[in-house]
Design a protein around this ligand. Structure first.
Ligand code: BG6
Length: 470
């Protein structure tokens, strides 16, 4: 039986976080403020506010987050105890270049990540590093309007070269921008632009494509062992019905999101991209050399997040019944939902793996998957998160089918969260994903002590058996 089979030898099991959601230490050792540092707490019904500056009397959850900055040794020891083979994390651009403009990097910031990588390597855990995960120097948002400005391309290139030069011997796998396609959902997260028109969004994404391609080329030219991937925010859609109108609506919805991997994996804007621009009155301002830059910077692999699927419909009435807070899709009557309104679709993960591989024929990594849920800690300091085990187990079964039956080359699987961290969308602590509970609430109270959840012990056995035990 397939469920009894192991994943291929060398498969990288692990967990994932992002600097701004776990580190804290927001202004320590020379770090500059990032766009994540001006975001307050929200909830499923209330969006986070990005204040115009840091206000003394407001609570900003990312400032201290879960204090990985001071506790990384304890956290990495727990990852090692679970048997992690890899850990996906990000570097905070503002630790290295506090405003983005400095000529030379902040040595204390560079040293911090050396310490983290050394600690991981000590336990045989392979770091997978995102260069830019939903944050950037606040200075660049305030003064350049983020990625709207082409100046960001060179500033990012300087940052990417600095970290590649420094860490190439410790970090083999790199991702340029987290969920780069989410630019079309939230310009502040991805692009550091408070309000962006469609034209501005696509122009800003063009600048990110160039920046990413330059990082890829630099890595290829200088460090042959390094692999650089793109990171797709896993949006996958089904037609809401077999009405051909819905099938075509699905194709169009997917085109909007796959525009990003299409460009980064093929190294050029394809027919669909160009007709999308034409039909929407978008005009991308390109320099003469841009086409060559894109072509020279094709990515080596695709990493993606997977939490849900959506349904596409041609009917406005059906579309009004949305899934999730920001994604323009109809509800799927065959699927249940999480407390935060995302559909739960394990089989969709196998579908997603097949779609991505057949389209691009590049190796894949699942770098985020997990259940955001409210966990209760009992008097014995135990957390019985059986719902999370159930969620992960069902997804891993489908992942195994994709690899072992469908033959998809998959390099890694990382759960979202190792410890609990600050939720990106809402800034909440109570929306927990990790296998390690952190004592902290939405107002910032708590000891920050770590406790192992039931999913910790379960995942340890999964990794130990290379996926045979589920
Ligand atoms: C992904 C992001 O979209 O989803 C993460 O890359 C984020 O940064 C994760 O944390 C889960 O979303 P949320 O809003 O529940 O934290």
């Amino acid at each position: 039986r397939l469920i009894d089979l192991k994943m291929p030898k060398g498969f990288l099991w692990g967990g994932a976080t992002a600097a701004n959601q776990c580190e804290g230490g927001w202004n320590e050792d020379g770090k500059g403020p990032s766009t994540a540092d001006i975001a307050t707490v929200g909830s499923i019904d209330k969006a986070r506010v990005y204040t115009s500056k840091i206000e003394d009397d407001l609570y900003y959850p990312n400032h201290e987050a879960v204090d990985f900055f001071h506790r990384y040794k304890e956290d990495i020891a727990l990852m090692a105890e679970m048997g992690y083979k890899c850990y996906r994390m990000s570097i905070a651009w503002t630790r290295i270049f506090p405003t983005g403009l400095e000529e030379s990097p902040n040595e204390a910031g560079l040293q911090f990540y050396d310490n983290v990588f050394d600690e991981l390597i000590k336990y045989g855990i392979e770091p997978i590093v995102t260069m830019c995960h939903y944050e950037m120097p606040l200075y660049l948002m305030d003064n350049y309007n983020g990625w709207k400005s082409r100046k960001l391309v060179n500033l990012f290139e300087k940052y990417a070269k600095t970290i590649l030069d420094r860490y190439n011997s410790k970090v083999k796998y790199w991702l340029t921008f987290n969920e780069i396609n989410s630019a079309i959902l939230s310009s502040i997260f991805s692009l550091g632009i408070r309000e962006a028109s469609m034209q501005e969004t696509y122009q800003a994404s063009h600048h990110q494509f160039l920046a990413s391609a330059k990082a890829v080329k630099y890595a290829h030219d200088n460090y042959p062992r390094v692999k650089v991937g793109m990171m797709y925010g896993g949006i996958f859609s089904y037609p809401h019905t077999c009405n051909p109108e819905d099938v075509m609506a699905c194709e169009k919805d997917m085109d909007r999101y796959l525009y990003f991997p299409n460009t980064m994996c093929r190294g050029y804007y394809d027919r669909k991209a160009k007709s999308f621009w034409k039909n929407n009155g978008i005009k991308i301002d390109m320099n003469e050399e841009d086409e060559q830059i894109l072509l020279d910077g094709k990515v080596d692999f695709i990493a993606f997040s997977y939490y849900m699927t959506m349904c596409s419909s041609a009917s406005i009435e059906v579309k009004m019944n949305l899934v999730g807070s920001s994604i323009d899709g109809a509800e799927n009557p065959y699927l249940s939902k999480t407390d935060w309104d995302l559909s739960i679709d394990p089989l969709g993960l196998r579908y997603a793996l097949n779609i991505l591989y057949d389209r691009y024929q590049l190796p894949l990594m699942i770098v985020e998957n997990g259940l955001g849920a409210i966990d209760e800690i009992d008097n014995n300091m135990e957390i019985h998160d059986l719902y999370r085990i159930d969620y992960l187990k069902k997804h891993i079964i489908e992942m195994k089918k994709a690899v072992l039956q469908d033959g998809i080359p998959l390099l890694a699987y990382t759960t979202w969260g190792t410890t609990d961290i600050i939720a990106a969308g809402t800034g909440e602590m109570k929306k927990r994903y990790g296998q390690i509970y952190v004592d902290r609430d939405d107002e910032g109270n708590g000891t920050l002590n770590r406790y192992k959840k039931d999913s910790f012990y379960w995942y340890k056995r999964v990794i130990e058996s290379n996926g045979e035990f589920l």
